[in-house]
Design a protein around this ligand. Structure first.
Ligand SMILES: Nc1nc2c(ncn2[C@@H]2O[C@H](COP(=O)(O)OP(=O)(O)O)[C@@H](O)[C@H]2O)c(=O)[nH]1
Ligand SMILES: [Mg+2]
Length: 312
């Protein structure tokens, strides 16, 4: 077993942080390490929280952290949101509030670097989730911002995808267009202290109907994170979904699809790195790339053929 994996199995926090850095830097040992860690993973609940900037994701995560800790559960937070106070990008007030959690050994907070990792941010995030799981956290919260492709990709590795919406924001249509409706397991109407909650709920229900029936009917939870309202029922719904995943054929199907997606994703990443590095090192090829008028089809075809033959 990899040294770091051994240390992580023995609850060494520094080893965990090292492992995450190693993964972010695409270290050649990455796959071996992750495979060792996979064999000691526990059964954490992976929860994704996404939504527009300012919807209240970080405030919710903060409240949820306090709630989960009061229940004796340990939590890892992975912030992929560059504006998150967890990654140090937010208002001072938010950051100060987070300080309560930083000294708690039952909490681990990590923000993902947005550079590095050839495989992209979503790949590094998935691997980080796995590392935290191997360490033994009960719950792993992933905060991401927006509804782009990288968020969609990250959602393919969590168990429960929750989407935060706010009244009168016009977010629903965007979410529908981005294809989030189909993969959301839970909707959170945060800032439920503001007017327009009823209207938003109706809109959501209509869009859900258009998206078609699934085995799971995503619940809509109302929260006011500034007043700590709705957090308990939010946790209740998150738990119900986790239970659903473990007890039904749909859950089994989801895990199967995720596995397939992940295997392909890993292979694509490894292949691409292999190809990319050989081209990087080849000055002849680099020269061809300097010619703005070169035929891209011809180059791609020729270099792929060369690579397949093992000529690099
Ligand atoms: N009125 C109201 N404001 C909230 C609520 N939750 C968060 N906010 C405020 O919305 C702003 C953005 O919150 P934040 O958690 O940083 O959002 P994020 O960008 O989605 O992580 C902050 O000023 C919060 O105080 C809520 O339930 N009601
Ligand atoms: Mg945030």
């Amino acid at each position: 077993m990899h040294k770091l994996a051994e240390r992580i199995a023995n609850k060494d926090l520094r080893a965990m942080a090292r492992a995450i850095t190693l993964v972010e830097n695409d270290d050649p040992e990455k796959l071996d390490l992750l495979s060792d860690l996979f064999s000691i993973k526990k059964q954490a609940h992976y929860i994704g929280i996404t939504g527009s900037p300012g919807a209240g994701k970080s405030s919710l995560v903060n409240r949820l952290l306090t709630h989960l800790r009061s229940q004796g559960l340990t939590v890892a937070v992975i912030a992929v949101d560059p504006t998150s106070p967890f990654s140090g990008g937010a208002l001072l007030g938010d950051r100060v509030r987070m300080n309560d959690h930083f000294t708690d050994p039952g909490i681990y907070i990590r923000s993902m670097a947005t550079r590095g990792s050839l495989g992209g941010l979503s790949r590094a995030t998935k691997d980080t989730i796995r590392i935290c799981d191997a360490y033994g956290f009960d719950v792993i919260l992933v905060e991401t911002v927006g509804v782009g492709q990288s968020e969609l990709d990250i959602m393919k590795v969590v168990d429960t995808t929750s989407v935060v919406l706010t009244p009168n924001s016009g977010d629903v249509l965007q979410i529908f267009k981005a294809g989030i409706m189909e993969i959301a397991d839970l909707f959170i109407i945060n800032k439920a202290d503001l007017p327009g909650v009823r209207k938003l709920k109706t809109q959501l229900e209509e869009f859900m109907m258009i998206s078609g029936a699934r085995g799971w009917q995503p619940p809509i939870v109302e929260t006011v994170s500034t007043e700590n309202k709705g957090i308990e029922s939010l946790w209740g719904e998150l738990n119900l979904h986790n239970q659903y995943l473990y007890e039904t054929e749909h859950g089994h199907e989801q895990r199967k699809q995720q596995l397939q997606y992940e295997v392909y994703d890993l292979m694509r990443e490894e292949l691409w790195q292999d190809i990319y590095q050989t081209i990087e090192k080849d000055s002849g090829k680099q020269k061809r790339l300097d010619d703005a008028d070169a035929d891209p089809y011809q180059l791609a075809k020729a270099w792929l053929a060369e690579w397949k033959q093992g000529g690099g």
